[in-house]
Design a protein around this ligand. Structure first.
Ligand SMILES: C[S@@+](CC[C@H](N)C(=O)[O-])C[C@H]1O[C@@H](n2cnc3c(N)ncnc32)[C@H](O)[C@@H]1O
Length: 234
């Protein structure tokens, strides 16, 4: 079974962000549907004019910029300099750069935020892209640390039940559970089942759990997906 180093995973992402190839939706300026659903849910809970949110591994900032337009004070970080440069350019163009702060930060190194800072943290296909158990555990603990007590963590992530990802796990598995290296780019991705996620986030309380059925196209072929959308509370 193949594995990948952190530096290799980083290099693959820098390349993908510079010239989108496999994950063209990560170049989109449309916010993630899962983040819009979370915002609607959160608005019914405790949103105030001063709500502060963080998106880890935010890519080019599609969801951070949209949330900033909804008047939330947003911060987004990613380890890709190419992605963050583009996110800053897009937020300036959208006229929301005072509400959308972006920075280069590796999720597997101590996060540059004080403890108990954010009302919510978003993990939108983020932890799924961290290539080691240690890295994922570290990032999860940092997300919990920077959340305010009573704050929410949105996890929107790949399911083991997705057709495309199941195929990939057969073709190109890694030594870690439910994961694969992409056959063309070599990029690591991890999928989850609900039990594994509940265990992974056992320091938080589960508030909502949904499935998001949809069809996605990979290499010109349509596949059914059933991604997992969950909200947890600190
Ligand atoms: C699948 S994309 C999702 C991007 C964004 N959340 C969105 O929905 O558009 C995963 C992102 O994680 C970033 N990433 C992967 N590993 C990371 C790490 N260790 N630290 C910070 N960012 C990371 C990649 O650069 C990429 O932008």
């Amino acid at each position: 079974m193949k594995n990948i180093t952190h530096e290799e995973q980083h290099g693959i992402w820098e390349k993908e962000h510079l010239s989108p190839y496999v994950l063209k939706q990560m170049d989109s300026e449309d916010p993630s549907g899962g983040v819009i659903t979370f915002y609607e849910w959160f608005s019914g809970k405790k949103q105030s004019a001063s709500s502060k949110g963080l998106e880890m591994c935010c890519g080019k900032g599609r969801s951070v910029i949209w949330l900033a337009k909804q008047k939330i004070k947003m911060t987004g970080f990613d380890f890709s300099e190419n992605a963050i440069k583009e996110a800053k350019r897009r937020s300036k163009l959208a006229g929301v750069d005072s509400n959308a702060h972006f920075m280069v930060q590796d999720a597997t190194k101590r996060w540059a935020f004080d403890s108990n800072t954010f009302d919510f943290v978003i993990d939108c296909f983020a932890t799924t892209d961290i290539e080691s158990d240690e890295g994922r555990n570290f990032a999860r603990d940092e997300a919990i640390r920077v959340l305010k007590p009573g704050g929410y963590l949105l996890v929107y992530t790949l399911s083991t039940e997705n057709e495309f990802h199941s195929e990939m796990m057969k073709i190109s598995p890694t030594s870690q559970s439910n994961s694969f290296l992409h056959p063309t780019t070599g990029k690591f991705e991890k999928t989850w089942d609900v039990k594994e996620l509940e265990q992974f986030y056992s320091k938080l309380s589960l508030v909502e759990l949904r499935r998001v059925p949809k069809t996605s196209t990979f290499f010109g072929k349509e596949y059914r997906e059933s991604n997992i959308w969950m909200v947890l509370k600190k």
